[in-house]
Design a protein around this ligand. Structure first.
Ligand code: KIV
Ligand code: ZN
Length: 385
């Protein structure tokens, strides 16, 4: 079975979420948890962007031993030299160099011709390889680039020494079909492509980041980049917890292994949410508060009979203690009885009917009935002669 390398960029692209600013200690704590989660590569930051980020990347590179540590750099000698100073003590230092290849970015942002972009990329990759054992080169805005030009520049940077090629959907514009097609095109049209690892990096502007990442894997990517809780620039990056679980439970479609320790997902998610201040929406897949909650009576009844009726993932798989039967106006007698038992009450059929009736009355006025409400009903009933 082939292996997919998981590249986490919570501490770089994730930190680019508007309003997020992590200090060194927070970054280090998240990095240690990402190591427990089993990510293969951790992008610790952008060392040339600030002294604070330089120090944080350096501290992570000196501390984390079970992952490759990388830092982002523009294609300039200064950025590369600064990144080396921050990363050189890492177990496996990797440089992440990027340069845009789309006509929109080359014309309006870089103000360079395609030939100039090609020459700069080649020169800086070969400069970086004099220091770094691993150099990842990213074609920023790859999905809006001209494919033959993209194939040519990729071939040249591989000849210059790049060891990983990343093709980002920088603006989240692709569909899974587009993104898969780009990977196939590069695989088929770059003669030296098998000398490197191909990587996918997706943004969620159209809500397709995870689907696109899976399409990249199906079309030759052996590395996938993303963030915890899907945080990141604008609408965010592909959520790594979603990709990790999809790759695990859909082996029929994705016969690949990863090094992820899925039971660390919940803790990692909680830590990232706490330090970034970005709350996880309740309906977020895998780690949202409602991801394992069932409100309708029919669903609750099904889950009590066999969890697999409405749960494709066990909460324990991702480090969540148990599912949650939320009692509300759609809940049935079966779930209610189960809750009373969990709370230690053995009610006669009459008392149970009485309690269920009071509970139903309460749901007309309260959207979600708490354990305290139920406890109050049950104690009232039990003391009722
Ligand atoms: O989205 C993007 O293009 C990036 C690059 C720097 C890889 O984050
Ligand atoms: Zn990005």
């Amino acid at each position: 079975m082939s292996h997919i390398n998981i590249f986490d960029t919570t501490l770089r692209d994730g930190e680019q979420s508007p309003g997020v600013n992590l200090n060194q200690l927070e970054k280090l704590e998240i990095a240690k948890q990402l190591e427990r989660l089993g990510v293969d590569i951790m992008e610790a930051g952008f060392p040339a962007s600030s002294q604070g980020d330089f120090e944080a990347v350096k501290a992570i590179a000196e501390t984390v031993r079970n992952a490759s540590i990388t830092g982002l750099a523009r294609t300039t000698k200064t950025d590369i030299d600064i990144a080396w100073e921050a990363l050189k003590e890492a177990e496996e230092p990797r440089l992440h160099l990027f340069l845009a290849t789309s006509p929109i970015h080359m014309n309006y942002k870089l103000k360079k011709t395609p030939l100039e972009v090609m020459e700069t990329a080649v020169e800086m990759v070969s400069y970086a390889r004099k220091k770094f054992p691993q150099v990842q080169w990213s074609a920023e805005d790859a999905t809006r680039s001209d494919l033959p030009f993209l194939a040519e520049i990729v071939e040249r940077v591989i000849n210059a020494g790049a060891t990983i090629i990343n093709l980002p959907d920088t603006v989240g514009y692709s569909t899974p079909e587009d993104y898969g097609h780009m990977f196939r095109f590069i695989k088929e049209n770059v003669p030296n492509i098998d000398n490197v690892i191909l990587s996918g990096h997706c943004h969620d502007d159209l809500g397709l980041a995870v689907a696109n990442s899976l399409a990249a894997i199906e079309n030759g990517a052996a590395q996938i980049e993303g963030t915890i809780n899907g945080i990141g620039e604008r609408a965010g990056n592909a959520a790594l917890e979603e990709i990790g679980v999809a790759l695990t439970i859909r082996k029929d479609k994705y016969p690949y292994t990863t090094n992820l320790v899925l039971k660390e997902i919940k803790r990692t998610s909680d830590l990232v949410s706490k330090f970034t201040g970005m709350r996880v929406p309740p309906n977020k897949a895998i780690i949202g508060k409602n991801a394992f909650a069932h409100e309708s009576g029919i669903h609750q009844d099904g889950v009590l009979k066999h969890a697999s009726t409405y749960e494709i993932i066990t909460p324990e798989l991702v480090g969540i203690q148990s599912n949650d039967l939320v009692l509300g106006k759609h809940s049935g007698r079966h779930a209610f009885k189960d809750k009373t038992k969990q709370m230690g009450f053995e009610l006669s059929p009459e008392k149970l009917a009485q309690a269920f009736h009071l509970f139903k009355q309460l749901t007309d006025t309260k959207k979600q009935v708490t354990d305290e409400d139920i406890f109050s009903i049950l104690t009232d009933i039990q003391t009722d002669a």
